[in-house]
Design a binder for this molecule. Structure first.
Ligand code: CTP
Ligand code: CA
Length: 224
């Protein structure tokens, strides 16, 4: 059993964190998904927990071990992830780190689609939009967490895109993440925390330190 942290500024606060990719079935053996190791989201969930928060980690499929000391909910699809997040409310903090698939196959097949379905070769897949979990939670009238944080993985014009997402999603902070290098799946991250009143740029550091830094700022925002 873990010792109770002496410095627990988030004691009594609840946090819901999403992490990893979602997986959207095409048929029983195939799916569409995003690249996401889940490492940054898991690190954030753990860092919030170490500061005393009661954390629910809603995770898509990853190969990471389940972190100790928090509520862990395993999901597969974006729709399941949204349901699990809602079940975790009310909560003081929501951090949306998951790489949610933007679309899902409109009509997943119950049986395996054969490789040669038509004479012409490959057919086409009709996709429908998935719910936007971050936007949905940001716009809740009842039970909206006090602090809603999104992530934006961008390859270019990182801060401009992040500013746009802050407005479109209606969240409080966007953690802008430069993925132009070899960040995806790696151990390090370079982030900027974008708020309505300014941007804080952090140097490149390990995902564990990124998580610690973010958790510390979250705790500070609850001080007043
Ligand atoms: N997000 C979400 N649900 C979705 C899509 C995204 O909750 N269906 C969240 C992500 O967890 C992240 C933020 O929204 O916190 C930004 O995700 P991103 O993919 O960068 O934004 P999109 O609006 O999907 O824009 P695009 O993929 O076109 O860049
Ligand atoms: Ca997206």
């Amino acid at each position: 059993h873990l010792a109770r942290p002496i410095d627990a500024p988030l004691a009594g606060k609840k946090a819901v964190v999403t992490a990893g990719p979602t997986r959207e079935a095409l048929d029983p053996v195939r799916y569409i998904s995003n690249h996401s190791s889940g490492r940054q989201g898991y690190a954030i969930a753990s860092a919030l927990s170490r500061l005393g928060a009661d954390v629910t980690l809603v995770s898509g499929p990853t190969s990471l071990p389940q972190p100790a000391g928090l509520n862990f909910v395993q999901v597969e699809t974006a729709i399941e992830m949204l349901d699990a997040v809602k079940s975790g409310l009310p909560s003081d903090i929501f951090v949306s780190v998951a790489a949610v698939a933007d679309w899902r196959p409109a009509e997943p097949s119950d049986v395996k689609i054969k490789a040669k379905t038509t004479k012409k070769g490959m057919g086409s897949i009709t996709l429908v939009e998935n719910p936007d979990i971050l936007k949905t939670i940001s716009h809740m009238s009842e039970d909206r967490p006090k602090l809603v944080i999104g992530f934006a993985a961008e390859t270019n014009d990182v801060e401009d895109h992040a500013q746009g997402k802050l407005e479109r999603k209606g969240c409080d902070w966007i953690v802008a993440n430069d993925v132009s290098g070899d960040v995806m799946g790696g151990a390090e991250n370079e982030i900027a925390i974008v708020k309505r009143d300014g941007i804080e740029r952090l140097p490149r550091m390990s995902k564990a330190f990124v998580a610690q830094n973010l958790a510390k700022r979250i705790a500070e925002s609850f001080k007043d």
